[in-house]
Write a protein that binds this ligand. Sequence first.
Ligand code: XLS
Ligand code: NI
Ligand code: NI
Length: 435
Amino acid sequence: MTYFSGIKKVRFEGKDSENPFSFKHYNSKEVVMGKTMEEHLRFAVAYWHTLTGDGSDPFGSGTMIRQWNHLSGMELAKIRVEAAFEFFEKLGVPFFCFHDRDIAPEGDNLRETNKNLDEIIGMIKGHLSTSDVRLLWNTANMFTNPRFVHGAATSNNADVFAYAAAQVKKGLETAKELGSENYVFWGGREGYESLLNTDLEFELDNLARFYHMAVDYAKEIGYTGQFLIEPKPKEPTKHQYDFDAATAISFLQKYDLQNHFKLNIEANHATLAGHTFEHELRVARANGMLGSIDANQGDLLLGWDTDEFPTDLYAVTLAMYEILENDGLGKGGVNFDAKVRRTSFEAEDLFLSHIAGMDTFARGLKVAAKMKENRFFDSIIEERYKSFKEGIGLEITSGKANFKSLEEYALSNEKIENASGRIEFIKSRINDYIF
Ligand code: XLS
Ligand code: NI
Ligand code: NI
């Protein structure tokens, strides 16, 4: 049985190919700065958007035409696994990611839910043993079920905290069983709607307790994957605790969790927080916390997580520059947390959208590598901060200066001269690199 019957394995055919089902730029074996594109980019498919998503929105039903639309329950879950591996292999992606509830339906109670999960995990394990595809990360969906109405680890209800703990315990066992390279925590409902009924400090203490228990349990079972927190400022909760990279990092430091976690930075979450993608990547990188990325893009005109496939070459180039400067993503990768638009409802669109994202990242990688090789940004930065390399600047950075010596200098220094930032010139040079 095949689920994408009209489609052959997608191959690199170069930029002049007329075949829409080919890569024009992503050539997995091509070496860029000493590593293959496949090693640099470590692409992953997001199970929830690509296998589970049906195109419904708050105003309308699903539109996606899929061969499994007539199925439900465990039958549907099993067919999706088959379709998933056919998709991964035809597309040639090395990784995928899932939430527990994407792969198997909930039962009447936790025991039944875990039984459903075990059956599907067994199937996935079988596929993994005969395929080159691997699991980049898994996570727990602790936001869809009504029990999480007040949050999961930050719920006011201790029974919910316990349920969430049981769910993540199972998630870590799953990660170990399937060899997942990372385990993600995205705080879907970990936040508050109103301070009027919220003990913010207590909820954050509980969140830290929860993370410490997860760290301890991973150690106990010998799971060595990288833990990742995925910041997001809002949606579904009005105010989410892991608002952005800086907020998540200060939380981790306050509760002595910083050595156990890195961050999974999502482009559209960055823009929702009022930042650029490259800002969030830079903040994570500067703190040694850049672990993985959720590759997508938002819409300037819409105020929510639209999760579009990333095709903005400018933004992707700047993101890839941060990743190169980070010396790669380690165990992390480039996960397409992106969905086809509701109007792109044919199964073929799943391929075309991933190809668009992969080709965009391949191009971004190449442009960023050229900038790095030419020391484009390094020379701008060196020139801009050169006043700290000699004289009074060197005294400041070497720790020799103090307020008194600096006052003395300032009093004798009649004229301060600044140099232009040349921002328009720099932007135009970036265009030259891209086009
Ligand atoms: C939602 C998040 C979610 C995480 C995984 O906005 O991006 O999909 O990536 O729970
Ligand atoms: Ni995400
Ligand atoms: Ni998101």
